[in-house]
Every structure is written in structure tokens, then in C-alpha cells.
Design a protein around this ligand. Structure first.
Ligand SMILES: *Cc1c(COP(=O)(O)O)cnc(C)c1O
Length: 450
């Protein structure tokens, strides 16, 4: 009975897979925030290095991973694929459940896969400092580690609510040499404006992005980095799905369904995009299911349209499912995944029916997480647990049909810094909340028409 399916270091992918080469509908271009015209590569040069802009706009199917990046990824990659024998036994299901575990990275999630690549290309371009935002803190810690590897300075604008709730994420960023400030802050115009109107706000990712982009745009030696949403980020995450395919081939298996959680949409696309050509060209019957919180239901309740990536409307407009750029997540929500939009590449494939989306309430998600921890041992991140919940439901449904379905979970990270959320769950303090459709409409009425 094989439990861990491992690859050798040398079997780590040498190329990133770019799904832009295989879409049914070409991607709608990002638009300039002031003119509404399609963005040119030079528009982005104030905040991104040329190589990342090239990747962002590329439709080449394969892009080589530089050796210097691969050498660092090897510190934790290839990541293990586990067969969840103990969870299967507990559920008494005929289904086969696998999970690919990205929590083995030093920062505890999939985010270093792109953080290392982004820090590398910035260093190569002669950049000395990077500004970024972070929600729950995983991206900020991943980038802090990556920038320390390449000798870059790093400032992280961390959403105030998480800054107060998760002090240890801040501590780990400091160990890796970064400066972490609560957002909104007094350090930027965007931050000062919000604080004037809402002095007690817990902040949001949209606000923190505005601050980091402003910081990068107003310092010559500084670039901006984003941990999700953008095409180049999803590209860097495709090492996951390529490894997954190899690992399943070792045990002569193939997924019937892949579940992954979606915040901005990077771990899940990283896991499933390499399977998209199988579905579209080889007509393989594989389901890919994006899992999101009912409190931030971007793909299931949002509208597919152009919207800003941030609250202050500094970023380009992206064609995506969105809840509106002034969305502020309900503070009762413990489960992470709180961005108002989602990656354009993922949204394109959801809109074209290649990828499905489902949403879940936080109490049922934590219940699934606890079942997982008590059978498999790993304490999953609350975000990742959104993918565990439907996988368990699916496996239970297989008991009726007797189907020996192959279910794969993208286990994007561990929850060691999220124990206060687990405490809140056990204390019965988590409130299930469904974001009202009416608020989505109100917010979207404010999007500019060009
Ligand atoms: C950041 C994060 C997510 C959500 O981000 P995506 O870009 O949607 O992957 C999910 N899980 C973990 C562990 C994270 O750190």
C-alpha cells in the first residue's frame, strides 16, 4: 500500500506550462486604468521587470525555468503526493483520494513557487527593493524568504485585520529580513485617504494592493510583486500540476476530479491547468472544481466583466469575475480567500465551462478540516480546507454508486499560523454568512464604462 508518491529532484519540471496557448476564447487584454485602452508592455515597466511582463503577455505554450530558480525550488520540490488511505477508510468510500501537499515549502504554502521566480527576475533586472501586499500573511512570508535569497529589500503591506490576528506571520517576515506594516498605513496617499474616511477599518486586500503599487510607482529602485491573479503567477505555479501528472502515472492513475481552493486563483490553476489540454484536445473526462467561500463568492455570484484589481483604481482593469473593487470582506470570516476578483485565466476557463465553481460555508469547511487532520495528521490551512470539504462529500457519494473515482485535492498549505481560527470554530464563534447579491450589484454600478 503506497502512501507517499515521490519524485526525484531531477524530475522537477524544467518548464512552466502556459495555458494561454490552449484557451477556447482568447484572453481579453488588461485595460489602462485612465484611458480604458488595452495596456502596452511599457505601461507596466514602472512596476514590473521586462521578463515578467513578457511572461504576462505570452501565448507561448512552454517557458523555460531558469536553473537558478530550479535550484532554489529543489529545497522543497518536488512536493509529495499522498494517497489518503486513512481518510478513505474513515469514510468507508470506494473512491481513491489523493492530496498534493504544498505545505512542505519553508513558508508553508505554494506561494514560494512564484515568489522565488519573481524575486529572481527582479534581481536580474537590477531592482533593489520590492513592495507587496499580503492578506493572511502567506504571500508576504513567501516573498520575504525569496527576496532574502537574492539580497533584495522587501516591504509588505499587511491587511490590518490579519496584522492584528496573526502576529507570528509578521514575525516570520522579520526573520527573513522584510519590513511588515499594517494596511491601511500612513506611508502612502492611498492609505492616508482610506484612514481619513474609515479610521478603524480592518483593511482589505484591495486597499493593501493600492498601497504597494503606489510605493513601487513612486520609488525608482522598487518594483511591485503580486502573489496571485496575474498570468505570470499562475504560470509559475504549473510545476504543481506537471508533478501531479507524473506522480499519478507512477501508480497508473489519472484524476476524475481535481478540487482546489480559490482566493485569487493560483494554487488551483497551478494544479489543474496542465490537465486542460487533456480535456480539450484528448477529450479526457476530467472535472476541475474551483472551491470558494460563500462569504466571498467571486466565481459563483460575481459578474464577468472588467474591474480594477484594487480599491484606489490604480491597477489596470482586468476581465474577471468580480464582486466589485470596493468589496470589503465580512470581518466574521475566518477562512481566508478574501479577494474581490479572480485570475483572468481562471475566469476565462470558468466562463467557457471548462472549469466548474462551487462555494462553501466556513463551519462545514472547518468540520472537513478537522476530519482530515484526525485521519491524515496534517493540519490544513483554512483556505485549503475549502477543497477538502467537497472531496469528502464526493467520496461519501461514491459509497452509494460504488464508483472507484479518483479524487485529487490541491492541499495548498498548512494551518499552523491559523490556530486562532480553529479555536474560534471549536468555540462555536464562526458565523456562516452569504454575501448578498444586492451588494455585488451596488458595487459593480461604480465600475467605469469606456
Ligand atoms: C494564498 C493562499 C491561498 C489562496 O490563493 P490562491 O492564489 O487562490 O491559490 C490558498 N491556500 C493557501 C495555503 C494560501 O496561502
Amino acid at each position: 500500500m503506497q502512501t507517499k508518491i515521490l519524485l526525484d529532484e531531477e524530475e522537477m519540471p524544467k518548464r512552466w506550462y502556459n495555458v494561454a496557448a490552449d484557451l477556447l476564447t482568447p484572453l481579453d487584454p488588461p485595460l489602462h486604468p485612465q484611458t480604458g485602452k488595452p495596456l502596452s508592455p511599457t505601461d507596466l515597466e514602472a512596476i514590473f521587470p521586462k521578463e515578467l511582463i513578457r511572461q504576462e503577455m505570452s501565448t507561448e505554450r512552454w517557458i523555460n525555468i531558469p536553473d537558478e530558480v530550479r535550484e532554489i525550488l529543489k529545497l522543497w520540490r518536488p512536493t509529495p503526493l499522498f494517497r489518503a488511505h486513512r481518510l478513505e477508510e474513515h469514510l468507508k468510500t470506494p473512491a481513491k483520494i489523493y492530496y498534493k501537499y504544498e505545505g512542505v515549502s519553508p513558508a508553508g504554502s505554494h506561494k514560494p513557487n512564484t515568489a522565488v521566480a519573481q524575486a529572481y527576475f527582479n534581481m536580474k533586472a537590477g531592482i533593489e527593493r520590492i513592495a507587496t501586499e499580503t492578506g493572511a500573511g502567506q504571500w508576504g512570508s513567501a516573498l520575504s524568504m525569496a527576496t532574502s535569497f537574492f539580497g533584495l529589500a522587501c516591504r509588505v503591506y499587511m491587511v490590518r485585520a490579519s496584522f492584528d490576528q496573526k502576529p507570528y506571520r509578521k514575525s516570520i517576515m522579520q526573520v527573513w529580513g522584510a519590513e511588515c506594516v499594517a494596511s491601511p498605513s500612513e506611508l502612502t496617499n492611498a492609505g492616508r485617504m482610506i484612514l481619513k474616511e474609515h479610521p478603524d477599518t480592518g483593511g482589505s486586500l484591495g486597499i493593501a494592493i493600492s498601497e504597494a503599487v503606489e510605493d513601487a510607482a513612486t520609488h525608482d529602485n522598487t518594483n511591485y510583486a503580486l502573489g496571485s491573479v496575474l498570468n505570470h503567477v499562475l504560470l509559475h505555479q504549473t510545476v504543481e500540476g506537471q508533478e501531479l501528472k507524473e506522480q499519478l502515472a507512477i501508480v497508473d492513475d489519472y484524476p476524475d476530479v481535481i478540487y482546489g481552493c480559490v482566493g485569487g486563483g493560483s494554487n488551483f490553476p497551478g494544479m489543474c491547468f496542465p490537465f486542460v489540454p487533456d480535456k480539450l484536445k484528448e477529450k479526457k473526462e476530467i472535472r476541475m472544481v474551483a472551491c470558494e467561500p460563500a462569504a466571498c463568492p467571486t466565481l459563483t455570484k460575481g459578474i464577468y466583466t472588467y474591474d480594477f484589481g484594487d480599491t484606489a483604481k490604480l491597477t489596470p482593469l482586468l476581465k474577471m469575475y468580480t464582486l466589485g473593487h470596493d468589496f470589503i470582506p465580512p470581518s466574521i470570516h475566518a477562512g481566508g480567500l478574501r479577494y474581490h476578483g479572480d485570475a483572468p485565466l481562471l475566469c476565462n476557463l470558468v466562463h467557457d465551462g471548462v472549469i466548474e465553481a462551487m462555494s462553501f460555508h466556513q463551519n462545514e469547511v472547518f468540520q472537513a478540516a478537522v476530519t482530515f487532520a484526525r485521519t491524515e495528521g496534517i493540519l490544513p490551512a483554512p483556505e485549503s480546507s475549502h477543497a477538502i470539504k467537497p472531496a469528502i462529500d464526493d467520496a461519501i457519494a461514491c459509497k452509494k454508486t460504488g464508483e472507484e473515482k479518483t479524487i485529487v485535492i490541491s492541499l495548498s498549505g498548512h494551518g499552523h499560523f491559523d490556530l486562532s481560527s480553529y479555536d474560534a470554530y471549536f468555540a462555536g464563534n464562526l458565523v456562516d454568512y452569504e454575501y448578498p447579491e444586492e451588494l455585488v450589484k451596488q458595487s459593480l454600478a461604480k465600475i467605469p464604462k469606456f
